[in-house]
Design a protein around this ligand. Sequence first.
Ligand SMILES: Cc1c(C=O)c(-c2nnc3c4c(C[n+]5cc6c(C)n(C)c(C)c6c(Cl)n5)n(C)c(C)c4cnn23)c(C)n1C
Length: 327
Amino acid sequence: NDGSVTASPEDAYDSEYLCPVSIDGQTLALDFDTGSADLWVFSTSLPSSEQKGHTLFDPSKSTNWKALSGYKWNITYGDGSGASGTVGTDVVTVGGTSVSGQAVEIATKVSSAFVSDTANDGLLGLAFSSINTVTPKAQHTFFDTAKSSLSSPVFTADLKHRQLPGTYDFGTIDSSKYTGTITYIDVDTANGFWEFTGSGYAVGSGSFVSSSIDAIADTGTTLIYVPDAVVTAYYKQVSGASYDSSQGGYTFPCSATLPNLTLGIGSYHAVVPGQYINYSPASGSKCFGGVQSDSGIGFSIYGDVFLKSQFVIFDGSSTPRLGFAAK
Ligand SMILES: Cc1c(C=O)c(-c2nnc3c4c(C[n+]5cc6c(C)n(C)c(C)c6c(Cl)n5)n(C)c(C)c4cnn23)c(C)n1C
């Protein structure tokens, strides 16, 4: 019961991508996040002030809803946002892939960033179930629940740059969505992420610098967060670029020409077009960079700015691995 679902940019800057998910016939727009493992939704259990503008899941209207008494969840994301609540199971359908008994985490509290992001009705985690936050028993992700019913234990991400729609496919690798060959790299699941070691980088037409970069493939993170050596080398090639502490990152004149950023995946050189690295206007005539420092995070994050330049395979077989191809 393979499936394919559209991924639509939430705003003009591809800050996040939202996908329609049906829970017992109630359709919500969820942010598919390979950097976390909780499926949670805005619900009628939220205070009405936090419900405004969102589509709400109402368990009392679901015939297949089964509450998990005493189960709770509480999650905090990399930007400091967070949510918490209670848990049940229900029938969850994504494109053609439908699973029963899927843990659905009902929000009873959400942080302000979620309240104001009215296009977002929750998150669907696609990292490894080992980092699911439900207590007293961690729950499976949608992908883990669906895996045995898929033609093969994979899902793919084909996110687009400022255009509609991208797709997430479950169970199949659609060869019409990429060019050339797929390069696979082993994944270390110890931290619950799609974590791998990048092989280096190049800026524009500059020479490739070999260096091991511990990174995660994270569809839930907007930008690319890499070591300072990469960030410094990149913005050295952008006239007028500087670190702006008031903006919390590197900015540059919006008129600047941005070089491509090449990130090594094994022997494959993944090229992020320079224009993808102009994330959004910052203030005045300055724009905010899509490549920022990973200092303080503990690892690098290859977020949407990177992932949308590639066709990405998340292979959940007994030896999990990531595949990348140009498109
Ligand atoms: C270590 C880390 C991150 C790891 O994940 C991270 C980050 N980066 N994008 C997102 C997130 C997003 C994606 N997201 C980013 C957005 C930005 C940058 N802006 C201006 C808007 C309006 C956004 C929206 Cl609506 N959505 N969402 C929905 C959530 C819950 C995120 C949590 N963290 N996050 C940051 C900023 N940092 C430092």
